[in-house]
Design a protein around this ligand. Sequence first.
Ligand SMILES: O=C(O)c1[nH]c(=O)[nH]c(=O)c1Cl
Length: 312
Amino acid sequence: VDLSTKVAGLSLPNLLFNASGVCCQTEADLKLMIESESGSLITKSATYEYREGNPSPRYLPLPSGLGSINSMGLPNEGYEYYLNFAKNYDYSSKKPLFISLSGLSLADNVKMCEAFVAADLPCVLEVNFSCPNVPGKPQLGYDMEAMENALNVLAPLIKKPFGVKLPPYFDIAHFDTAAAIFNKFDNLVYVTCINSVGNGLAIDFETESALIKPKDGFGGLGGLMVLNTALANVNAFYRRLPGKQVIGVGGVTSGKEVFLHVLAGASAVQIGTTLKEEGPTVFARINKELTDIMIAKGYKSLDEFRGKVKTL
Ligand SMILES: O=C(O)c1[nH]c(=O)[nH]c(=O)c1Cl
């Protein structure tokens, strides 16, 4: 069976890669991704300056096994580190490169995009709209006016095809409003759904304490528990963004959830919590599981069932 796919004009030998933030902060992490059976790789969201991030514990798998919680606080090496990585990347390799940018202000996003545009590299830029915005204001992805203003500045600046990373939405009117904004930008060629489900709280029964240190224990939720929200966001934007693509992420533990993400409309599928817990061998395992599922169901390629989720 053929697990290859195209996203933003890039050809991926298979549809799987890392969720931004997992196994992608340092060159050592990114080397593990290059050596893995993933079809691509994306860097940790970059800010203009290096960031240490929040105090630990700041990421934990949940005792229930149903997912994870994190309040990393955007730890990253600073955008020039990833620009340098992108300049030295072997673009003749079969794995295309995605770069995630998450400026703490529109001005920072502009400066970082200008630097990448000036370098004119084959990697694809993805702007993270789930990034913390002005304190006291909602994250960019939940401020529709601010999101449109940012795209009015960044889309023309980036010029080439690019993508955005979106928080989960939970209201049909929000899917409609967000999609109407994205449809105004021709070079916004894909959306990645979903980022973690924001501001969950994990409490330990024995110690009666929050599990993570930052933000009184509040953090983004990932893993199997967010699968159905992820599938809804993938399918909602698949239906609303004709001519654009969706990268699905959220809740992937096996080939089965990858199959569901593609049924919902995903062109590629990212793995976060399960990659963090299992390591990069997860890609070989899940590619095999998906292959077995496709053989059992009689599909030879992803196109045969992409977006074909039935309704009753
Ligand atoms: O705390 C983080 O670094 C973080 N954590 C997430 O779950 N999603 C993000 O986009 C970011 Cl930027």
